[in-house]
Design a protein around this ligand. Sequence first.
Ligand SMILES: [Fe+2]
Ligand SMILES: [Fe+2]
Length: 282
Amino acid sequence: MGKAFCPFLLFVFFQAILVLVIPMTTINILAVGDIVGKSGLDILRRRLRGIIRSFHIDFTVVNGENSAGTGLTPANADDIFNAGADVITLGNHAFSKSAIFPYLEECQYILRPQNFAPQSPGRGFGLFETAFGNVLVINLVGRCGMNFGPDNPFFAADLVLSKQKAKFTLVDMHAEATSEKLALCYYLDGRVSAVWGTHTHVQTSDASVFPKGTGYITDLGMTGPARSVLGVVPQQSIDMFLGNPAYRFETASGPAKLEGAVFSIDRETGLCQSAEAIRIIE
Ligand SMILES: [Fe+2]
Ligand SMILES: [Fe+2]
């Protein structure tokens, strides 16, 4: 009896050690895919704090570029922060609602792509003090298949990294082309904690840790209407592809989903230990 009991006690003891030690060796980063319309804002408000608790999240970055369909208003940004986001990133629609311009200037916790023209309102990176160390967040926009002519995002990342030092560095690469996002992660592998893609609104199944320790997913997906074409009413998208006269896109109604990824980052090295996509459909 005693011999059988001792291994069990040892097992319990080591399990307790693991529970106590493992959470202290890593921090968990949550990245949430593009918020689309009221549907996206509502599910974020309903579910984000629960996700933060369940996954023991230490820092949350939410892409908010479609909160108002295209772009976002100051009220939308406040909604995202009130839902529990630490930082908002944007993308090609960053400036679609001009009311956000003063907000971008005043609030250091909302970022637009760093490689936009230098006279653009706001900033493209932020260095944030936290209880577990400084977190650098960089927002970039791709050049393949995008409307604008932004600067080279690879060089833009180099420039920021040459001047800003942080233990944890997170990169939102808002881009159309899977190749551009993958290439950026290989380029930054080992130099940043995580790179995630946004913009396509379709979650990819490639969450992983790159060879030199950077966490990655090609696209987080989107947060908004689950039965839609990238957030838009399906019939409107069908009409566009049929060549019917264009009309203003509207955000779809119906059940909502929240998509993103969780990156577990080593507290000492700042490198990623695991990357996992998440999806909640209501
Ligand atoms: Fe988007
Ligand atoms: Fe976009």
